[in-house]
Design a protein around this ligand. Structure first.
Ligand SMILES: Nc1ncnc2c1ncn2[C@@H]1O[C@H](COP(=O)(O)OP(=O)(O)OP(=O)(O)O)[C@@H](O)[C@H]1O
Ligand SMILES: [Mg+2]
Length: 367
């Protein structure tokens, strides 16, 4: 598999090189070969992220191949393609509030201490403050939500950097993309505005296996370099890098060490599940027989995201019924609607996953 990936990258590199040299026919041949190998990789890979990355690359090579075969003059196209290579990362402001994040009290406190306090009273932090935070935990338990809430509280600009954005660009551009993003973020932070760079699915960006495949190793090294730049204690800027992963064991030591805070964002206990169910049913019409406590008890291993979807499914079933039976209004949601929704949805969290995360926590947690 990784052999095949290497060959694909070789072919693509040659194609891009020949393309830039203006050797149309040779470039076409290489692009075709790269596309063939990529399609094979797509059929072999299990990872949805890699799947996306391969597909996107294949799409770009195909597009280029078509342009070349159409006889578009090489020079102009190369210039166009340079534009296309530019990283399209748009910052955004979040409107998630802390009260939208249920449970996770420890994680909230640690993040507030690291981000909110220094922004309010920088004078109290002569030694600087932590700028790298790694959140790890099972899927759907609030990692992304926490980052959005923290960014919102200090009115920070949020840039999301995920594997699909960075790696799906033309080969060899990944590290440039990262450098561009950080320089944009640094510029903005230098005006005093807080900026958060959020590395989602950090495992797919920095995983060990990428060390072997050229472009991504350079991307990872660039990332490490940029993060070292942030650690400068004399610079009092509010530029944070927050990374999230649900497979922290795929991260390499050098990357892990760059994060001063490493926080476990764990699954909800029964009481928290009850709070979450209350939160998501607050605006719904429930019938008398709905017992949220009982539902909380029967949803061990369900993540907050699962619980949200269960509420949604239960609600939608009443809406569907309304339309099918041409009623004026949907009926109230009953206990059996919830139970059906639970039965139809497998929990996202498993005992093995938690054990594995706990083991990693023992070794690496830093709060
Ligand atoms: N602690 C929570 N309180 C309330 N809602 C939550 C919580 N955690 C997750 N959710 C719900 O689940 C959705 C997904 O959560 P989020 O994206 O934060 O998960 P995640 O931990 O980042 O998962 P992944 O590892 O899959 O990226 C949220 O948009 C929200 O609706
Ligand atoms: Mg997430």
């Amino acid at each position: 598999m990784s052999e095949l990936e290497k060959i694909a990258i070789e072919k693509a590199k040659e194609a891009v090189y020949l393309d830039r040299q203006g050797s149309r026919e040779a470039a076409i041949a290489r692009y075709k070969e790269a596309i063939q190998i990529l399609s094979r990789l797509i059929s072999l890979t299990q990872s949805p992220v890699l799947h996306e990355v391969y597909r996107e690359r294949m799409r770009q090579y195909l597009e280029r191949l078509n342009e070349l075969s159409d006889g578009t003059p090489v020079r102009t196209v190369v210039r166009q393609s340079t534009n296309r290579e530019e990283l399209q990362i748009e910052p955004f402001k979040s409107n998630i509030k802390w009260s939208d994040v249920i449970g996770l009290e420890d994680a909230k406190r640690i993040i507030r201490e690291a981000i909110v306090y220094p922004c309010l009273r920088p004078d109290l932090f002569p030694l600087g403050w932590p700028t790298g935070i790694l959140l790890f935990g099972p899927p759907g338990c609030g990692k992304t939500l926490l980052v959005a809430a923290a960014a919102n509280e200090v009115n920070a600009t949020l840039y999301t950097l995920d594997a699909a954005t960075v790696l799906s660009k033309w080969l060899g551009e990944s590290e440039k993309n990262i450098a561009t993003l950080f320089s944009k973020a640094r510029n903005e932070a230098s005006t005093g505005n807080p900026v958060v760079i959020f590395i989602d699915e950090a495992d797919s960006l920095t995983a060990q296996r990428y060390l072997e495949v050229g472009g991504e190793a350079r991307a990872r090294n660039q990332l490490l370099k940029e993060m070292d730049g942030l650690a400068n204690k004399n610079k009092k800027e509010y530029l944070y890098v927050i990374a999230a992963t649900n497979k922290p064991w795929l991260l390499d030591e050098a990357f892990i060490r760059r994060f001063q805070k490493r926080i476990y964002v764990g699954p909800p206990d029964t009481e928290t599940r009850l709070q979450i169910l209350k939160h998501y049913t607050a605006s719904l019409k429930l019938s008398e027989d709905v017992d949220l406590e009982a539902l909380a008890n029967m949803t061990a291993n369900y993540s907050p995201a699962d619980l949200y979807n269960i509420c949604l499914d239960a609600h939608i079933s009443t809406i569907r019924e309304m339309f099918e039976n041409r009623l004026e209004e949907p009926r109230k949601i009953s206990m059996s609607d919830f139970i059906t929704a639970i039965e139809k949805r497998k929990p996202s969290i498993s005992g093995e996953l938690i054990t594995r995360l706990r083991e990693w926590e023992q070794r690496y947690e830093a709060v």
